[in-house]
Structures are given as C-alpha cells and as structure tokens.
Design a protein around this ligand. Structure first.
Ligand SMILES: NC(=O)C1=CN([C@@H]2O[C@H](COP(=O)(O)OP(=O)(O)OC[C@H]3O[C@@H](n4cnc5c(N)ncnc54)[C@H](OP(=O)(O)O)[C@@H]3O)[C@@H](O)[C@H]2O)C=CC1
Ligand SMILES: CC(C)(CO)C(=O)C(=O)O
Length: 310
C-alpha cells in the first residue's frame, strides 16, 4: 500500500517504520535536521519489540510533494492538524484515506473541515515513544496499538483492507465501529495529565495522594458529562475504568503534555483540558476542576508559544 506519514515523530516514526518494514511503500514527511538525517542515513527505530534501521527511507520535506497516496497517518501534535489539513487538500484523491492519531477529540473534525468527508476516518494510538535525536525514534514502553474506524460507524471494505495492512505489519489494532467513543475514552484518561502538569506530579503521586485522586475523580465526572452532551454514548463504567487505567501506569510515568509543559515547550493544553472547557461552555456545563487547571497552565502555554512559534 502507498502510505504517507505526516509528522515523523514518536508516533508517526514508530508506526511508519513498522509499516515500511512489512514491505509497504511508505513516504515520511519530515523537516529540518530530522528529515536530513533520515534521507542520508535512514530512519532508525529503537524498540523493545526489536530495533530496525529503515535504509533508503523515502522522505520529503513537505506534504505538497506527496503523490498517489492511499493511506495517510497524521502523526503531528494536535495543534498542528489544522495546518496539515490545509496542505492535504492539494494532494488527496478519492482513494486517499486520512487517519489522525492525535490525543484529543478534535482532529477528525478539523480534517473534515478542509477535506471531503469520504477522505477522513477517526483514529488514535497507544504507545510511549519519542524522537531521541534527529533520525532516531525511540519506543520506550507499552504495546503499540492503533484504533481506527469510519466516522459513520460502518465496517467498510476499505477499513478492512487497512486492518490487513496493520496486521501484516504486526501492529496490534482494533477496527472500531464507534471510533468517537474510543477517542473519548482515551480523552478522559489523557486530560488527567493536566493535573500532573500543574502539580508537577507523576501518575504515582496523583494516585497515592487522596486529595489529588479525588480531583481526578471530579475531572472524570466533568468530562463524562461533556461527552454525554456531545452525544457520545459512553457507558458509566468508563469512569472507574479510566481511574483504574491511571492506577495501572508506572508510578514514575507522566503524560506527554506534562513533559512538554515542564520543558517550556508548546503543549496540547488547548486540545486537552482546553477542549473540555470549550465544549463544556458550548453546552452550559460547569467543569470547575478542568477550568482551574486550564487557566492556571494557560499563561505559561502562551509564553512557550511566543518563544517557539514566532
Ligand atoms: N509520543 C507518545 O508516546 C504518544 C503521543 N500521542 C499523541 O500523538 C500525537 C503525536 O505525538 P508525538 O509523536 O509524541 O509528537 P512529536 O512531537 O514527537 O512528533 C510530531 C512531528 O510532527 C512534525 N510536524 C508537525 N507539523 C508538520 C507538518 N506540517 N509537516 C510535516 N511534519 C510536521 C514535527 O516536526 P517539526 O519539529 O518539524 O515541527 C514532529 O516531528 C500527539 O497528539 C500526542 O498526544 C499519543 C499516544 C502516545
Ligand atoms: C500514554 C498516555 C496515555 C499517557 O498519559 C498518553 O497518551 C500521553 O502521554 O500522551
């Protein structure tokens, strides 16, 4: 299959390398020093599931250079999806399927704002991975896992074909008949990372401190209400499952958003706790804990953006 990876970071780099390893024709969009090293030396994947050096990687520095793509995996940060959607408009054909892998609940909608609905599916992923240095992707832990599906809930032939491609590449995956629910389930979990970011606490401290655990319970309640108002049917049991998932993380683990905030980099705040606040306001729902976290973190987010995104 002709596949493009837009955003060759921890997520895009990992899944793209595995798809190329399985014999697919994968083109990576990667910019700057990272793109240069990949073009010269290949893409190096370090992983407990087996290292792999993709020699002669096909790499371009911009979406506009992609041709005849059947499957696009968008691996940028959530706040970069709008720009990618604009760029994709120029290169998609009726046989191109675009799957976003961002944390958050806005990516598919933002792609649909620029692209025909038929080009867009929903998606998400689980993995702990990062760019270790230019040209090198490090998968640290967690079984890499993709969930994807048609936004109209159908199990289409084209989705089955994509599943075959993931299966042949040994990528654990689920073809979902309700991708919005899967995306929201992950959203409930990742937004708890905002509390970790604010308190500078890892998941272990969040779970072991009764007052912080209580705040997480309140955050989950708030987000559950918002999901219902958005028309996403989640079972009530999702609340306790979300808390249990957080308790199952290594005590020293923290969220990617927290790591970005602590390092003073632009983060996905707007697309995590920020989305909860905005969607709640749309429905007239009070979300005091998410509101507090979002507004406490916002000044430093704005400062990071002023420095990095001039
Ligand atoms: N990493 C993880 O463990 C997990 C991440 N996620 C989610 O996956 C998403 C991606 O995260 P992650 O892989 O960590 O992010 P990274 O920052 O590692 O990678 C994003 C990459 O996208 C590139 N990029 C951005 N815009 C463009 C563009 N227009 N064209 C080409 N390349 C572009 C960036 O390059 P440049 O530097 O040139 O801008 C960067 O290399 C996020 O939503 C995250 O929350 C979900 C689960 C786990
Ligand atoms: C792995 C997990 C769920 C941890 O919060 C995540 O997606 C992230 O860090 O962005």
């Amino acid at each position: 299959m002709n596949i493009a990876i837009i955003g060759t970071g921890g997520v895009g780099g990992y899944f793209g390398a595995r798809l190329a390893q399985a014999g697919n024709n994968v083109t990576f969009v990667a910019r700057g020093a990272h793109g240069k090293v990949i073009a010269e030396k290949g893409l190096q994947l370090l992983s407990p599931k087996g290292d792999y050096l993709l020699q002669d990687a096909s790499v371009v520095d911009s979406v506009s250079r992609l041709k005849d793509v059947e499957l696009v995996l968008v691996g940028t940060k959530a706040w970069q999806v709008k720009e990618v959607a604009e760029q994709l408009k120029e290169i998609v054909s009726e046989r191109t399927i675009v799957i976003p892998l961002q944390n958050g609940v806005m990516a598919a909608k933002e792609l649909q704002e620029e692209l025909p609905d038929e080009n867009v599916m929903g998606g998400l992923c689980n993995i702990f991975s990062k760019i270790k240095e230019p040209g090198v992707i490090e998968h640290m832990s967690a079984e890499p896992y993709l969930i994807f599906g048609e936004l109209d809930h159908s199990i289409s032939d084209r989705a089955r074909r994509i599943q075959e491609v993931f299966n042949r590449a040994g990528i654990k995956n689920k073809l979902s008949d309700y991708i919005q629910a899967d995306t929201w389930k992950k959203f409930l979990l990742i937004c708890l990372g905002g509390l970790g970011a604010l308190t500078k606490a890892n998941y272990g401290v969040l779970c072991q401190t009764p007052e912080l655990k209580e705040m997480m319970v309140k955050m989950i309640d708030e987000m559950y209400f918002v999901s219902q108002a958005e028309g996403v049917k989640l079972p009530e049991t999702v609340k306790e499952k979300t808390l249990a998932a957080t308790m199952s993380f290594a005590p020293s683990a923290n969220s990617s958003m927290a790591r970005d905030i602590w390092a003073g980099r632009p983060s996905e705040l707007e697309y995590q706790n920020g989305s909860v606040v905005k969607l709640a306001a749309k429905h007239g729902i009070e979300v005091p804990v998410n509101y507090f976290i979002y507004h406490c973190l916002l000044p430093q987010e704005q400062e990071a953006r002023a420095i990095f995104l001039k």
